[in-house]
Design a binder for this molecule. Structure first.
Ligand code: AVJ
Ligand code: FE
Length: 498
């Protein structure tokens, strides 16, 4: 057993739940038609996300924690992401906007009641679920409603299940922002704060010397109690010496890649990447267009010149890979990325964030949709890692080189569909979903489309974007998507062997 250093108090949980809900309601402050509409086949109608958030909260915080009966019997199927690909969701008998909001209110009221009755000591258990739970994790549908005492205790440890639900809602809030970026009509999303100004950095790349570091987490250090199963367990990894970009790749650098014919030079692309580039007609990041000599981008319904000093975003993994080859570089591996972000060579320990274990502040990282854009490059000297690498947390998700796989000793918890079904060996995660099941690839947006099945693997993204809430990102956090996806707020950083 391991001592948890930081645990959530009941008050902190109540506050975190209120914060994520305020965000979800702000992103669904639209008329009914707009909420039911599908703004892109890659995205759910916003009203699906809204009720799905409530259904997830009900499943975990009422049924799993308190053994409650379903509040709306029969709706679980509609909000099961694995049964219905995003493209099919508008045709489901969805709760309407008013019904969805009252469902959310009802769930939340009951959740606060359960929390008020919960012995706070339950949240102060000194064991983590890694060691206190045993046996294989069930599928979510089998998990809810019938928790064993052991799994209930594991769920509550350190407030884990509350962190699960808070993070889940913030992740859907980011997904809803991607829907807003694709939506046409009067924009309702705008900047709430201007990011700090950029500055030139001392060096374009930084040498990370060879050596071991601790990758991942056991959830037993400050602020990591609610780390997902795919971030665990902590393990030692030897990383050969490499160079990594001090900053993410800029719009200026990507414009130079375009100018140099990068999108038309097959030699820079992998075979799959070139096939996709041709089929999709890629010639620039999504939302960019040419006007005379200038690049214009559409951002939340408004056109503006592409700011050349910002990290590039809305590029897929294949574009990132081609750009890297053009630059004589490559994408960093996950281990390289995490070492550059978290390893402190003085103490030999891994930090929760690049700057240390303390919470992000507006001086350190661009998170939580303060602005609706990445900050200019060099804006966060106070957010640098021990090695001096900057803007690793916030601004843009960063594509890394490899596939989404479990760490050595991986155990799914608390349910298999959060991570495990997306691993390459899992049924449904790879090329063809199994008969009778939509499969992980479909749930993630490939949507049963046989024509893109060859691009159905998952690549890992690190570090969060300007749209990510600080509770849903840390140095160990792993996000994933198909290598063809561009609607997410993703860019990349370059690396090379030393
Ligand atoms: C980790 C962002 C890929 O949106 O499919 C949301 C997060 N999991 N609900 C997704 C998630 C369950 C997931 N990603
Ligand atoms: Fe979800």
């Amino acid at each position: 057993t391991t001592q948890l250093i930081t645990r959530l108090t009941t008050d902190e949980i109540v506050r975190a739940l209120a914060d994520s809900r305020a965000r979800s309601l702000a992103y669904t402050d639209l008329d009914d038609d707009d909420l039911r509409r599908q703004h892109s086949p890659l995205m759910s109608p916003l009203v699906w996300d809204l009720a799905h958030i409530g259904n997830y909260e009900e499943s975990w915080l009422l049924r799993a924690v308190a053994g409650s009966r379903p509040l709306r019997p029969g709706i679980d199927d509609i909000y099961d992401a694995f049964r219905h690909p995003r493209a099919d969701r508008p045709a489901l008998p969805l709760l309407g906007p008013a019904q969805a909001r009252s469902y959310l209110d009802e769930v939340r009221g009951a959740v606060l009641g359960v929390l008020a009755r919960l012995n706070p000591d339950t949240l102060l258990s000194s064991t983590t679920w890694v060691v206190s739970d045993s046996g294989p994790s069930p599928r979510m549908a089998d998990m809810v409603g019938a928790p064993s005492p052991g799994s209930r205790a594991a769920l509550l440890t350190g407030g884990f299940v509350y962190g699960l639900v808070v993070q889940h809602e913030h992740q859907h809030d980011e997904t809803m922002l991607a829907t807003h970026q694709l939506r046409t009509g009067a924009p309702i999303i705008g900047d709430r704060a201007a990011p700090p100004p950029g500055r030139p950095v001392p060096a374009a790349e930084i040498l990370i010397p060879a050596g071991e570091f601790t990758m991942g987490t056991d959830g037993d250090t400050a602020g990591t109690a609610w780390a997902y199963d795919n971030e665990r367990p902590a393990h030692r990894v030897y990383v050969p010496a490499f160079f990594i970009g001090t900053l993410p790749v800029s719009n200026a650098a990507h414009a130079a890649f375009i100018e140099d014919g990068g999108y038309h030079d097959e030699r820079l692309w992998s075979a799959a990447g070139w096939a996709w580039r041709c089929r999709a007609g890629l010639t620039a990041p999504q939302f960019w267009r040419r006007e005379g000599d200038a690049w214009i981008r559409r951002r939340f319904g408004r056109d503006e010149p592409v700011p050349m000093d910002e990290p590039v975003q809305h590029v897929c993994w294949y574009e990132a890979q081609a750009h890297a080859r053009w630059a004589g570089r490559r994408l960093p591996t996950e281990a390289e990325w995490e070492k550059a972000c978290a390893h402190d060579p003085v103490t030999g320990r891994s930090r929760r964030f690049p700057w240390g274990d303390s919470e992000p502040t507006p001086e350190r990282a661009n998170l939580g949709q303060a602005a609706t854009r990445p900050a200019p490059l060099g804006a966060y000297p106070a957010g640098a890692s021990a090695y001096g690498v900057e803007q690793m947390i916030g601004d843009v998700w960063e594509w890394t080189a490899g596939d989404f796989v479990g760490y050595p000793g991986f155990r799914s918890f608390p349910y298999r569909e959060y991570s495990e079904v997306f691993f390459p060996s899992a049924p449904g995660a790879g090329k063809g979903p199994p008969a009778g099941a939509v499969g992980a690839a479909a749930a993630n947006g490939v949507a049963g489309a046989a024509d893109v099945a060859e691009y159905a693997g998952f690549k890992v993204l690190r570090g969060g974007s300007w749209a990510t809430h600080h509770s849903a990102v840390r140095a160990t956090f792993r996000n994933w998507d198909h290598p063809i996806r561009r609607q997410i707020f993703a860019g990349f950083r370059l690396a090379r062997d030393a």
